[in-house]
Design a protein around this ligand. Structure first.
Ligand code: ZN
Length: 56
């Protein structure tokens, strides 16, 4: 699997789960693992790290 930003290889743990956040070690971008419907593979989507914006 490759980083969406810099195309570096991103290792997906064999026990990775849906919604797990992984980071590219080249550019530091965080991605969320999204399970692909058509199999046991994951795709990456940019993680929205705004979890601290609770009180609105
Ligand atoms: Zn990257």
């Amino acid at each position: 699997m490759n980083c969406l930003e810099c195309d570096a290889q991103v290792a997906i743990p064999s026990d990775a789960i849906q919604g797990e956040i992984i980071s590219c070690k080249e550019c530091g971008t965080s991605f969320e693992l999204v399970k692909v419907q058509s199999g046991a593979l994951f795709s990456l989507r940019p993680a929205e790290l705004e979890e601290e914006d609770w009180g609105e």
